[in-house]
Design a protein around this ligand. Structure first.
Ligand code: PEP
Length: 250
């Protein structure tokens, strides 16, 4: 079911004490929007975070997950490890994973399959680079990222998938897509889903926008018909800013 969601991508930030402190600050804020609130601390702090969010509606997600169950894969974290730590949601395909760690659509398809098989909800991230937008290829790029990683799935799988459109040129740059650019792409994503599956399915999937979202621009972006919320990087690291964005998701 389509939901309002605001997810904070903490990236490589916050040690144990800082994780506890930010969560305490988050718990002191009031969610007046009713949106789902998700945070993604680093792996080492997931257990701390799960304990710290107890008694609140804040959900804890991982930033990545292995496609493997177990074995000699140094540095990796499995679905079972996440679940045993009380984490049932993961980001997959963030542009930093694609750019710095060579994650391909094919690998992401495997990770998505593993997550869904283990009942882990996926926030699947994708988006075009600046050159791709400048040369008018952004729709093709997004369509192929989605189809390559997700279109082998049956329609039911989308009950456990949240999409996050994050134009790479807007992530951490201070340059946000305009609300109209976000709406145009989100409508295109829904049409791509409708063409492959059905209009009902397309209308049931939550699609988040990510890229330099701030309390000052969130309301305009979230007011667009096909934008269900945001994936927030820098502004998720301060409780007031993050809740400013959450409360803009009316
Ligand atoms: C992100 O890290 O996914 C992100 C959207 O970052 P920022 O909000 O800082 O652009």
């Amino acid at each position: 079911m389509r939901q309002k969601i605001v997810a904070g991508n903490w990236t490589l930030n916050k040690n144990v004490a800082e994780t506890k402190s930010l969560i305490a600050d988050l718990k002191a804020q009031t969610n007046t929007s009713g949106a789902r609130v998700i945070i993604t601390p680093s792996f080492v702090n997931l257990t701390t975070a799960v304990e710290a969010v107890a008694g609140s509606n804040i959900e804890v997600a991982a930033q990545n997950m292995s496609q493997h169950d177990s074995g000699a894969y140094t540095g990796e974290t499995s679905a079972d490890m996440l679940k045993s730590a009380g984490v049932n949601i993961t980001l997959l395909g963030h542009s930093e994973r694609r750019a710095y760690y060579g994650e391909t659509d094919a690998l992401l398809a495997e990770k998505v399959d593993k997550a869904l098989a283990e009942n882990i909800e996926v926030i699947f991230c994708f988006g075009e680079e600046l050159e791709e937008r400048k040369s008018g290829k952004h729709f093709d790029v997004v369509a192929s990222q989605i189809s390559n990683a997700l279109f082998h799935l049956g329609a039911d799988a989308f009950k456990n998938i949240i999409l996050a459109y994050e134009p790479v040129w807007a992530i951490g740059t201070g340059e946000t897509a305009s609300a109209d650019q976000a709406q145009e792409m989100h409508a295109f994503i829904r049409k791509t889903l409708a063409d492959k599956y059905s209009a009902d399915l397309a209308d049931s999937v939550s699609i988040l926008y990510g890229g330099s979202c701030k309390p000052t621009n969130a309301q305009e972006i979230f007011s667009k018909t096909d934008v269900d919320g945001g994936l927030i990087g820098g502004a998720a690291l301060k409780a007031e800013d993050f809740f400013g964005i959450i409360n803009a998701n009316k």
